[in-house]
Design a protein around this ligand. Structure first.
Ligand code: NAD
Ligand code: UDP
Length: 334
C-alpha cells in the first residue's frame, strides 16, 4: 500500500481526493496549514471511509515543516493541492500568491529531492488557457500571458516541473469542479462571500445571500451568459488516483505530462442556475449584473487525452453535481 503525501488535503478538492485514495487502497498523509480549511473535515472523511486519515499541520513554504514530515514518514508520491486560489485576491496580494504558490512548490520539490521522492501530481487550472480562440481547448493550445498573478503561478508551476527533469510529474488542468461527496459529509467550505458560482447559488437558495448576480448576459454565447465546463468533484478526485497509478506503474512515460480534466460539455450560467432550480425544486433569487472583470466568455475542455492515456472520464451529470451541492449546503445548515 503506497503512502501518498497530500498537501492541501483538508481543502475542497483535496478532501474528496483523500476519500478516493483511501478507497483505492492508498495511505494518504494530509499536510495542510488550515489557512482555508478546518480540522472538522477529518470527521467528515472518517464518516465516509470509516477511518480518520493521518493529518499533520504544516506549511509548504516552511523547509523545517517539510523536513520533519519527510523524515518521519516514508512518502512514495505527492499530490500538491496546497495553494491560494482566489483570482481577484491574487491581483491585490500578488507577493502573497507568488510566495505561497511558487515558494511552496519550490520548497516542496527541494524536500522531495532531498528524500528521494520523484513522483508528483500538480494541481493546475484551466485558467492557464486565458481567452483561447478555439473551443474546446486541448493541451496543445498555446498558453497566452496569464491574466492574473494566480494564473501566472499555475503556468509557472507547470513550467518549473517541466524544467526539473529529475521529477516525474503529472499536471492536471482542472476546469470547474463543483458539487460535494454524495453523503454530504464533506464539500466546499468557502470562507466569507463566495467568489465561485455554485457556492453562491447554494447560499442564495438557502437565503444566506440576498440574490445571485449573474455576471453578464451580453456575451456572444447561445444565451448571452458565460460558458464553462463544470465537473463533479468526485470525478476530479478519481482522476488523481488514475494519475498516481500512471506515475507508479508506467515506467516509460515522459518525465512531464499535462491533462485537461473536464466533461467536455459547455454549460452557461443561465443553464446551470435553471438546472439547479429544477433538480432541487428550490428557487434561486437572482439579478442580472455587469460582466466580471477578467472573465472569459467561454472555456471548455477537450478531455480526450485524459481518456486515452489515464483511462479517465467524468461520469457524473450536471444534475448530480447540483443535487450534491445542495445536499451539502443543507447539511451545513443543520
Ligand atoms: P482549497 O482552498 O479548498 O484547498 C487548498 C488547501 O491548501 C486548503 O486546505 C489550505 O488550507 C491549504 N493551503 C494553502 N496554502 C498552504 C500552505 N502554504 N501550506 C499548507 N497548506 C496550504 O482549494 P481547492 O479548491 O481544493 O483547490 C486545490 C488546488 O486546486 C489549488 O492548487 C487550486 O489552485 C487548484 N484549482 C482549484 C480550482 C477550483 O475551482 N476549486 C480550479 C482549478 C485549480
Ligand atoms: N459567476 C456569476 N456570478 C457569481 C459567480 C460567478 O455569474 O456570483 C459566473 C462567472 O462570471 C463565470 C462563471 O459563473 O462566468 C463561473 O465562475 P467561477 O468563479 O465559478 O469560475 P471561473 O470559471 O471564473 O474560474
Amino acid at each position: 500500500m503506497k503512502q501518498v503525501l497530500v498537501t492541501g488535503g483538508m481543502g475542497f478538492i483535496g478532501s474528496h481526493t483523500v476519500v478516493s485514495l483511501m478507497e483505492a487502497g492508498f495511505r494518504p498523509v494530509i499536510f495542510d496549514n488550515l489557512c482555508n480549511s478546518s480540522e472538522s473535515v477529518l470527521e467528515g472523511i472518517a464518516r465516509i471511509t470509516g477511518v480518520k486519515p493521518l493529518f499533520i499541520r504544516g506549511d509548504v513554504t516552511s523547509a523545517a515543516d517539510l523536513k520533519a514530515l519527510f523524515t518521519s514518514h516514508n512518502i512514495d508520491a505527492v499530490i500538491h493541492f496546497a495553494a491560494l486560489k482566489a483570482v481577484g485576491e491574487s491581483s491585490e496580494k500578488p507577493l502573497e500568491y507568488y510566495r505561497n504558490n511558487i515558494g511552496g512548490l519550490i520548497c516542496l520539490l527541494e524536500a522531495m529531492q532531498e528524500h528521494g521522492v520523484r513522483d508528483v501530481v500538480f494541481s493546475s487550472s484551466a485558467t492557464v488557457y486565458g481567452s483561447a480562440a478555439h473551443m474546446p481547448v486541448d493541451e496543445d493550445t498555446p498558453l497566452p500571458a496569464a491574466m492574473s498573478p494566480y494564473g501566472s503561478t499555475k503556468q509557472m508551476g507547470e513550467r518549473i516541473l517541466f524544467d526539473t527533469g529529475s521529477f516525474r510529474s503529472v499536471c492536471l488542468r482542472y476546469f470547474n469542479p463543483i458539487g460535494a461527496h454524495p453523503s454530504g459529509h464533506i464539500g466546499e467550505l468557502p470562507l466569507g462571500v463566495p467568489n465561485n458560482l455554485v457556492p453562491y447559488v447554494t447560499q442564495a437558495a438557502a437565503g444566506l445571500r440576498k440574490a445571485l448576480t449573474i455576471f453578464g448576459d451580453d456575451y456572444h454565447t447561445p444565451d448571452g451568459t458565460a460558458v464553462r465546463d463544470y465537473l463533479h468533484v468526485m470525478d476530479l478526485a478519481e482522476a488523481h488516483v488514475a494519475a498516481l497509478n500512471r506515475l507508479q506503474q508506467v515506467q516509460d512515460r515522459p518525465h512531464w505530462e499535462v491533462f485537461n480534466l473536464g466533461t467536455g460539455n459547455p454549460v452557461s450560467v443561465k443553464t446551470l442556475v435553471e438546472t439547479f432550480e429544477r433538480v432541487n425544486g428550490v428557487p434561486v433569487p437572482k439579478v442580472m449584473g455587469a460582466r466580471r472583470q477578467g472573465d472569459v466568455p467561454e472555456l471548455w475542455a477537450n478531455p480526450g487525452r485524459a481518456k486515452q492515456v489515464l483511462g479517465w472520464t467524468a461520469k457524473h451529470s450536471l444534475e448530480e453535481m447540483l443535487r450534491d451541492a445542495w445536499n451539502w449546503q443543507q447539511k451545513l445548515a443543520q
